[in-house]
Design a protein around this ligand. Structure first.
Ligand code: FES
Length: 146
C-alpha cells in the first residue's frame, strides 16, 4: 500500500476534487483499491489517467467517449507513453474543429451579439456557408442534430 495514494493525495496532486474522483470511479473511468479501513487507495498511474480525463473533457468529449477511449488501453499492465499518445493522437482533428468554431464565434462577436437574429438566410455565424439548410430548421449548428 506504500505506492498508493489516498483520495486526498490524489485530489491534491491532480487538481481534481474528491467528489469528482468518486464520480469518475462510479462511471468506471478510474479504479481504486480498498485499504483495510475501507478507504480508497489509488495507484500512482491514476494521475496520468486523470490528466487524460480532464484534457478530454476540456476538448468536449463526453464521459462515454472518454470511457471508450480509456477502454483501448491495455488492462494487463500500466500504459506506456506510447499507449497514451496513440489515444491523444486522434484529437488533432477535434482541436481543429474547436478552433474553427471559436474563430466563427469571434467573428460574430460584435455584429451578432447585438443582433441576435440567428437568421439562417443572413447570419454567417449561425449558418456559415448555408450549411444548416441541409440539416433542418432552427439554429442547427448551435443546438446539435438530435
Ligand atoms: S445574429 Fe443576426 S446576423 Fe448573426
Amino acid at each position: 500500500m506504500d505506492n498508493l495514494l489516498t483520495i486526498g493525495e490524489t485530489a491534491r496532486r491532480s487538481g481534481v476534487a474528491p467528489s469528482a474522483l468518486r464520480f469518475y470511479e462510479e462511471r468506471g473511468l478510474i479504479t481504486s483499491l480498498r485499504a483495510g479501513s475501507g478507504h480508497r487507495r489509488y495507484p500512482r498511474a491514476v494521475l496520468r489517467r486523470l490528466a487524460f480525463i480532464v484534457f478530454a473533457q476540456r476538448l468536449g468529449l463526453t464521459l462515454e467517449e472518454i470511457g471508450a477511449e480509456l477502454a483501448k488501453l491495455p488492462s494487463d499492465r500500466v500504459p506506456t507513453g506510447r499507449d497514451w499518445s496513440r489515444l491523444s493522437g486522434q484529437w488533432a482533428g477535434r482541436i481543429d474543429q474547436r478552433i474553427a468554431e471559436l474563430q466563427r464565434l469571434k467573428s460574430g462577436l460584435t455584429s451578432c451579439i447585438g443582433c441576435g437574429c440567428l437568421s439562417l438566410e443572413h447570419c454567417q455565424l449561425a449558418n456559415p456557408g448555408d450549411r444548416a439548410a441541409r440539416i433542418g430548421p432552427g439554429p442547427r449548428l448551435w443546438v446539435g442534430r438530435s
